[in-house]
Design a protein around this ligand. Structure first.
Ligand code: FES
Length: 144
């Protein structure tokens, strides 16, 4: 079996939603201390809907495919659904990632959460702190 699914290869070769959004409503940037990869997500939010989303990823192919798939999964969805997006859902939508590449999908989940937190902060919207685990201490990506 090939190491990477066709979907991973497709999203790596033809990533969706690459770029930036001017005057974005929320911007999130996260990095993985171990591999040095960086992911940045831009959100446009209208009436609680993610009307547009773009990403810039300086990272491995799995990180690019994960960003691309994650943006597709939240585009047009309510903020609450974007907040609930897990790295597991991204991996499933990609038809899997090799075990040592799971942390790349975690980066996508964290970048979206970070952008949503930025949106909440900018707009003075109250949120539950436990929806936004502190990246340093969560142990997901950095502790892998
Ligand atoms: Fe670091 Fe993929 S190797 S995100």
């Amino acid at each position: 079996m090939a190491l990477y699914s066709e979907k991973v290869m497709d999203h790596f070769r033809n990533p969706r939603n690459v770029g930036t959004i001017e005057n974005a409503d929320g911007i999130g940037e996260v990095g993985n201390a171990k591999c040095g990869d960086i992911m940045k997500i831009y959100l446009k939010i209208d009436n609680d809907i993610i009307s547009d989303v773009k990403f810039e990823t300086f990272g491995c192919g799995s990180a690019i495919a994960s960003s691309s798939m994650a943006t597709e999964l939240i585009k047009g969805k309510p903020v609450s659904e974007a907040l609930a997006l897990t790295n597991k859902a991204v991996v499933e939508a990609l038809d899997g990632l090799p075990a040592h590449k799971i942390h790349c999908s975690v980066l996508a989940e964290e970048a979206i959460k970070s952008a949503l937190k930025d949106y909440y902060d900018k707009n003075g919207i109250a949120y539950d702190k436990k929806d936004f685990p502190d990246c340093e201490s969560c142990g997901h990506c950095c502790g892998e």
